[in-house]
Design a protein around this ligand. Structure first.
Ligand SMILES: [Zn+2]
Length: 449
């Protein structure tokens, strides 16, 4: 297992941190915190951290759904860092799993199995173990080190987790934050090893398109003007909903990391996306998707009665938007795709939820880059996450520079990615220990002390 800085850290402390991170991940998996029962997770973490001498506090809007705030106060003015995670998991049906999802089975090959093994009790355990280890060693940074573990990330609708906490507790504002969403490695066709660091999140802007016609009796299909066949034509034009590429700072940053600086000016936007997409099978799908407004058709609406041809037939488009894209721009993009020769309406199906991003530069970026080079032999690849994370709230409320990063080295990327919200989620324990080392390093080097 790769060891970590500082070089003068007693190896006994490092071994203890490794053992503690793995044991804690296992104990956390054994708590069934399927969205709605997160307090036992917060209590377990509070207990472990308090015994290492860390100040801990549970903060709950709903007693069953407590959040944890733990803090090692800094000694003076300096940047501060929050290690962030969520305590809830998505549901798991035991019938689909090789090992029961809440048993925390550790197999002979060193894999820890269970719901939350990669999303994200592994990271929660690694971050908590890093903090406990720093506290035991008497370390204090110049700025505060926080651990903020929140409920209700996977759904978010209850407003008891991070979206609520940022409004109640401005004291969790930090200069930097490390959260979920990155750390997966892949080797490019040209031999380079890259590791994803999530610098931002796309937003969602669900749109509905209604084909318009005139109702009629289904026994005489040519009477009236059935909207369903018209919707069929509109769906053909939407296709699978791939985006038009957008010249956006986050897209340029990604392309430059893969192709060298100035790639868009050299190759054109479409050319650069095409060249970069050829570098790895994962990029073939992910890169074009993240480079603009996707508009995947998902939900259909037709007649409410089989014998009535409807005047209106609709489709919901799950549109995912780059930071800064407005609702009007999304509607305009959908209209460009559909043309203006057929009668239809486009409108928002629900209010948009906007994403945001931190730049791929500055002290946290440099630290992650250095660590990746030294410990993984890899270069960081700044990506935008196509899903949602709580980093969006931290950036919006406090202007925090928040990245998704927790390193994976031993667990193959395919195993990590297949586990998300799926059956047989598992992680090699060496990656939990490695992540604990990374977070201890990050705190020491960002906050000094
Ligand atoms: Zn997650």
């Amino acid at each position: 297992m790769p060891s970590d800085l500082p070089p003068d850290e007693p190896s006994a402390e490092r071994d203890l941190r490794h053992a503690e991170s793995v044991a804690l991940a296992r104990d956390l998996i054994r708590i069934d915190s399927t969205n709605g029962n997160e307090t036992p997770v917060a209590e377990l973490l509070a207990d472990r951290l308090a015994s290492a001498g860390v100040e801990v506090e549970l903060v709950a809007r709903d007693p069953a759904r407590a959040n944890l705030i733990a803090r090692i106060p800094g000694t003076g003015a300096g940047p501060s860092l929050a290690l962030v995670g969520h305590s809830d998991v998505v549901p798991a049906d035991p019938r689909d799993w090789t090992h029961p999802p809440f048993a925390g089975v550790l197999d002979d090959a060193g894999y820890l199995w269970g719901r939350g093994a990669v999303d994200m009790k592994n990271e929660v355990a690694a971050r908590a173990a890093a903090m406990a280890s720093l506290a035991r060693s008497g370390w204090r940074g110049r700025g505060d080190l926080l651990l903020v573990i929140v409920a209700d990330e996977e759904d978010g609708a209850a407003e008891v987790g991070m979206n609520w906490l940022v409004t109640q507790r401005p004291d969790i504002a930090t200069t930097y934050a490390l959260n979920e969403g990155g750390g997966f490695g892949f080797r490019l066709a040209d031999g380079r090893h890259m590791v994803e660091v999530s610098v931002g999140e796309k937003g969602t802007c669900p749109v509905r398109v209604d084909a318009l016609g005139e109702a009629g009796h289904a026994s005489t299909p040519t009477v009236g003007d059935n909207a369903v066949p018209r919707l069929g034509e509109l769906l053909r034009r939407i296709g699978r909903g791939e985006p038009e590429p957008q010249d956006h700072p986050a897209v340029r940053t990604m392309l430059d990391a893969l192709l060298g600086d100035g790639s868009v000016d050299r190759l054109g936007l479409a050319g650069a996306i095409d060249s970069a997409s050829r570098l790895h099978p994962v990029l073939r799908d992910s890169l074009p998707s993240v480079a603009g407004t996707t508009m995947a058709p998902t939900v259909l609406h037709g007649s409410t009665a089989r014998n009535v041809m409807p005047a209106r037939a609709g489709v919901e488009l799950d549109c995912r938007i780059l930071p800064g894209t407005t609702e009007d721009e999304v509607i305009a993009a959908v209209r460009r795709r559909l043309g203006d020769d057929l009668p239809y309406e486009v409108y928002l199906a629900e209010p948009a939820v906007h994403g945001n991003a931190s730049g791929a530069s500055g002290a946290l970026w440099d630290l992650v880059s250095t660590w990746c080079a030294e410990h993984l032999g890899a270069a960081p690849m700044p990506t935008l996450c196509s899903g949602f994370t709580d980093s969006v709230y931290l950036r919006r409320a406090f202007g925090t520079v928040a990245y998704g990063f927790s390193p994976f080295l031993t667990t193959p990327t395919e195993v990590v990615e297949a586990g998300y919200h799926n059956r047989d989620e598992r992680i090699h324990v060496d990656d939990i220990a490695l992540s604990a080392d990374f977070h201890a390093f990050a705190a020491r080097h960002l906050l000094g002390g």
